[in-house]
Ligand binder design. Structure first.
Ligand code: CDP
Length: 214
């Protein structure tokens, strides 16, 4: 497909900091940004709202996703993440969302974050990044991102619970048959346990600029 600008794929496991990085990269390179996880979260949310098991066929929800569905403020809840992972394992749901993602980048190029951007959606992406960190680091980041208080008496138990939930989701996302989470052969892996968000951005930007010849 002919594109009006570069495509930058940012993939990786749950709560690795893909969104933070992708947003900043998009700003630095003046590209549009798409959080593709939101598409699956919105489908999962609609399935839950309909009283449906998210493992049951959900492509009808994916086919009629609206901008309002994506703008909902309740898509970040942990139960929606689990539902998203279940609907995302369905090939028909993924198929229904492919064109939306490709079209988004068609006009001006884009930065997209997700699980299969560099492997399935844009195997020919100009820049591929794979952002990762240990489950413990990712659980703590997600706990804080969701407004958790580290000094609360049950904070440790809550972080541990979050770590378990992330591991379950990672295993499902990596183990599914269609578009599993995996490192694209030509991706730059950035292991972020000991890096600040600024460090990650600096490394990613340096790599992207080299690839883009800027
Ligand atoms: O923010 P976090 O990394 O926790 O998750 P997300 O990116 O919002 O994605 C939620 C779920 O959607 C993931 O666990 C995947 O199952 C699914 N997903 C996917 O399959 N493919 C994508 N491109 C993006 C998300």
């Amino acid at each position: 497909m002919k594109r009006g600008g570069p495509v930058i794929a940012v993939d990786g496991p749950a709560a690795a900091g893909k969104g933070t990085l992708a947003k900043r990269l998009a700003q630095a390179l003046s590209l549009p940004y798409l959080d593709t996880g939101l598409l699956y979260r919105a489908v999962g949310r609609l399935a839950l709202d309909a009283g449906q098991d998210p493992a049951a066929p959900a492509e009808a929800f994916a086919q009629k996703l609206s901008p309002e569905d994506l703008a909902r403020t309740d898509l970040r809840a942990p139960e929606v993440a689990q539902a998203a992972s279940k609907v995302a394992a369905q090939p028909a749901v993924r198929q229904a969302l492919v064109e939306t993602q490709r079209r988004f980048a068609g006009e001006r190029g884009a930065v997209l974050d997700g699980r299969d951007i560099g492997t399935v959606i844009f195997p020919d992406a100009d820049v591929k990044l794979f952002i990762t960190a240990s489950p413990a680091t990712r659980a703590l980041r997600r706990f804080l991102q969701l407004g958790g208080d580290q000094s609360a008496p049950n904070a440790q138990a809550q972080v541990a619970e979050m770590e378990e939930a992330l591991k379950v989701r990672d295993a499902a996302d990596s183990g599914r048959k269609t578009a599993p989470l995996q490192v694209a052969v030509d991706a730059q892996v950035i292991e972020t346990d000991t890096l600040s968000a600024e460090d990650v951005l600096a490394q990613a930007l340096a790599f992207a600029r080299r690839r883009l010849g800027q």
